[in-house]
Design a protein around this ligand. Structure first.
Ligand SMILES: *[C@@H]1O[C@H](CO)[C@@H](O)[C@H](O)[C@H]1NC(C)=O
Ligand SMILES: *[C@@H]1O[C@H](CO)[C@@H](O)[C@H](O)[C@H]1NC(C)=O
Ligand SMILES: [Zn+2]
Length: 292
């Protein structure tokens, strides 16, 4: 890397650099912070040389970042307990079977492609039939300065019969990959998302790690593309989807007992209060309040 650029090159670089600053400022405060101190022209020159030298380093650093994310992702997906493995294969089998049989739900839509909530209810029912404490979970959160309000539905299985491990909660998301896809993302980000399973089955800690990996990747990707990242892409928002307080509803499967099962008993609902801090220590389940 040349230390002293010829004067003409400097002028050119300075011109394109001021263009860059303009672009960054347009994109919002995240970029202003790191570039804000370079207004004086002499300072600007010094900064320019650093910038030039850093271009190569930056490329290296970016490459390392994406390699690291791939490694972290592989490691997180690769580790799995026997409970997760059993629930995973049951869940995937159930989804495949429902897709194969082109099952229609009560709403008269093809369950697998048209009706996410009926598909979830059916899968959850089958897990319950197999002896798991499975439920439909609905999370709902208010807007805050960081993130807009929202709600999300998914499944979980809770096993609290191990005295040693305490309660083990396994999250099931049938459209996991979809949740992280971004329309105008970079190849690096898309490659990472392609590694995700469409049907995610894993413990809370594992989901937390994946969210962290994917959200920092999304942030990096948008920064590289100089685009603003939607608040629903933030780690906090993703955490609110699956890891915030949620309402658990257990139900019996629609179809396992034949057509008469369409008249199902009223679902049992309970409130599962999840404390984010406690969850890190895997002791998140605080109260179960019967609502119905
Ligand atoms: C464990 O689960 C059972 C049913 O799944 C429930 O009745 C019981 O209250 C749970 N125990 C604790 C400590 O959460
Ligand atoms: C729940 O956990 C206990 C202890 O780890 C295990 O023996 C049992 O098989 C589990 N239950 C289910 C339904 O997987
Ligand atoms: Zn339906």
């Amino acid at each position: 890397m040349a230390r002293a650029a010829p004067a003409t090159a400097r002028v050119l670089l300075a011109a394109s650099f001021s263009g860059m600053v303009f672009g960054f400022l347009e994109d919002g405060h995240e970029f202003q912070e790191s570039y804000g101190s370079s207004d004086g022209s002499q300072e600007n020159d010094a900064f320019l040389l650093d910038e030039e030298e850093e271009a190569g380093d930056q490329e290296e650093e970016d490459k390392r970042f994406w390699e690291k994310q791939h490694q972290l992702l592989q490691a997180t997906l690769y580790r799995t307990s026997s409970l997760e493995t059993r629930i995973r294969s049951l869940t995937r089998e159930a989804v495949k079977e429902i897709q194969r049989s082109e099952t229609e739900c009560g709403c008269r839509k093809p369950m697998a492609s048209g009706c996410r909530s009926c598909l979830m209810r059916e899968v959850s029912g089958r897990l319950s039939n197999a002896g798991y404490n499975s439920a439909m979970c609905k999370s709902k959160w208010r807007s805050s300065p960081d993130i807009p309000s929202g709600e999300h539905s998914f499944l979980d299985v809770v096993n609290n019969s191990s005295l040693k491990k305490g309660e083990v909660r396994v999250i099931i998301e049938l459209n996991f990959r979809d949740e992280f896809e971004m329309a105008r993302a970079s190849n690096e980000y898309n490659d990472l998302v392609q590694k995700l399973p469409e049907v995610f089955v894993g413990k809370v800690e594992r989901l937390q790690s994946l969210i962290k990996i994917l959200c920092s990747a999304a942030k990096k990707c948008m920064k590289e593309k100089k685009m603003h990242m939607g608040p629903w892409r933030k780690q906090k928002y993703m955490q609110a989807k699956w890891l915030g307080p949620c309402k658990r509803t257990t139900s019996t499967p629609l179809l396992a007992v034949g057509d008469s099962a369409r008249l199902r008993p009223k679902p049992k609902e309970s409130m599962l209060t999840v404390d984010l801090l406690e969850m890190v220590h895997n002791r998140h389940c605080m109260t179960v309040v019967q609502v119905v």
